[in-house]
Design a protein around this ligand. Structure first.
Ligand code: HEC
Length: 146
């Protein structure tokens, strides 16, 4: 009788420890990644659909041509870290980086451009690029306040 109790206790203890480790591995939420059009319709359309706050309007080739010329890393980097009135990730921090990149590729396509398919590798490179430019802007702003 006693032995069974000990074994039962040990088993439930082991289960608790295992669960704790499992929880540790996935401390945040997980969700299925959306495609570019879904992200656009969920978040980006708010500003880009109407050109709000000076946002380049979706499908306006003239507005997008000079941006497209800046390249994938520049645009995806800016969309991830923010630029002027454009908030990081369009103000939706729960989006995965790759979802934001897909939305950029979608908007570029609406303006007749073609960017590469986002991958973990090229999205990481774009984020680093965006962060570097963001840090430079902060440094410049701090210097101008002195
Ligand atoms: C709150 C309004 C707002 C939302 C929402 C928004 N944007 Fe923007 N976005 C802007 C504005 C304003 C600019 C123009 C920034 C500038 O150049 O001054 C901009 C510019 C951009 C640019 C050009 C960046 C560059 O290098 O000049 C990209 C790319 C972009 N947005 C992508 C997105 C994506 C992708 C989403 C959705 C995930 C999104 N935006 C959601 C306001 C928004």
């Amino acid at each position: 009788m006693k032995k069974t109790l000990i074994i039962t206790t040990l088993c439930s203890l082991a289960a608790t420890v295992t669960n704790a480790f499992a929880a540790d591995k996935a401390p945040t939420f997980s969700k299925a990644a959306m495609n570019g059009e879904q992200v656009y319709n969920a978040v980006c359309v708010t500003c880009h659909g109407h050109g709000l706050a000076g946002a380049p309007k979706t499908g306006n080739r003239q507005a997008w041509a000079p941006l497209i010329a800046e390249g994938y890393e520049d645009l995806v980097g800016s969309a991830l870290t923010g630029v002027r009135m454009m908030p990081p990730k369009g103000g939706a921090p729960a989006l995965y980086d790759i979802e934001v990149a897909r939305a950029v590729v979608y908007m570029v396509a609406q303006a007749g451009g073609q960017f590469p398919e986002p991958t973990d590798y090229n999205v990481r490179a774009a984020r680093l690029d965006g962060e570097k430019r963001h840090a430079a802007r902060l440094k410049k702003a701090a210097a101008s306040r002195q």
